[in-house]
Ligand binder design. Structure first.
Ligand code: FPP
Length: 274
């Protein structure tokens, strides 16, 4: 948070927003469904790929803001397993933009001590994209600041399939298959996000009310925040507003709030509240 405030001059309207955020109750992990690039382009009579290109600037600003704010992990949905159905030229442009981002932003990632990881079926990517991605991940692997996860060729169901197969393979290898006992911890430990906390906050841009096969297991208790803003227009202020909104939520994880808990204890003890 301190790092973010240092970059905001006193008159900057984002400063007030940043100051309204409690640094002790930040979401540990934010996940974002970056949606609306195509509509952004259409509104300007531009080709769809122009929306993706503009979306890269939103990625840059969001990554930097989250890192400076002190967010532990940020996961961006960049390419789903279903996105292969798009025209070949659009898919190729997305790969080009991803490579452009990786080359251009490596310094920014290093300066902010950001560790990059890729979530998804990375083996199926074009070799050149995979190589750039792996290189950037390994160059930042020692960084101990924010984790930046790019979900690429990612699907929530595919991740679960991969997790179950990983569990079975391990059990076959170590001979524990006949007595395999599956529980939630075992499944979590086999996901692509195995060493990271579940997202506290899931943001979706462009107003669509869908989770689109994103982090299906991990978002069980995430707070959802949907904004009408199209991804290429998403800026620091939008991110800060989402975090401020998250801090107003009453997270119950299926239980009761602390005050309701007290109330129930009083009732169980047979004492009426005044
Ligand atoms: C969804 O908008 C967006 C995508 C499928 C791609 C997201 C990619 C980027 C933001 C750029 C490259 C990414 C990185 C990480 C550098 P849409 O095309 O579905 O929009 P629409 O619903 O308005 O058509």
């Amino acid at each position: 948070m301190k790092a973010l405030l240092e970059t905001l001059r006193p008159g900057d309207p984002d400063r007030k927003l940043a100051e309204s955020i409690d640094p002790l109750r930040l979401p540990a992990h934010i996940a974002i469904i970056m949606d609306g690039n195509g509509r952004w382009a259409r509104q300007r009579s531009l080709p769809r790929v122009a929306g993706h290109k503009a979306g890269v600037d939103a990625v840059r600003e969001t990554v930097e803001t989250c890192a400076r704010l002190g967010i532990g992990a940020l996961t961006l949905y960049a390419f789903s397993v279903e996105n292969w159905k798009r025209p070949r030229t659009e898919v190729e442009t997305l790969w080009r933009l991803l490579r452009f981002y990786l080359h251009r932003e490596l310094d920014l990632l290093q300066e902010n001590r950001i560790r990059l990881s890729a979530l998804g079926r990375i083996d199926a990517l074009p070799a050149i994209v995979r190589e750039d991605l792996e290189e950037c991940c390994s160059k930042t692997a020692q960084n101990r600041g924010m984790r930046l996860n790019l979900a690429i060729n990612y699907g929530g169901r595919a991740e679960l399939v991969d997790a179950f197969n990983r569990i079975l393979d391990n059990a076959r290898r170590d001979g524990s298959l006949p007595v395999l006992d599956v529980d939630e911890d075992l499944i979590s430990s086999a996901l692509y996000t195995r060493d990271q906390p579940d997202p506290d906050l899931l943001i979706r841009t462009s107003g669509e009310m869908r989770v689109s096969n994103f982090l299906l297991w991990q978002i069980a208790y995430s707070e959802l925040y949907v904004t009408e803003t199209l991804w290429p227009d998403f800026r620091r202020a939008h991110l800060l507003r989402a975090v401020a909104d998250y801090q107003k939520r009453d997270r119950r994880f299926g239980g009761l709030t602390a005050s309701e808990d007290d109330e129930q204890l009083v009732e169980v003890a047979g004492v009426r509240k005044a």
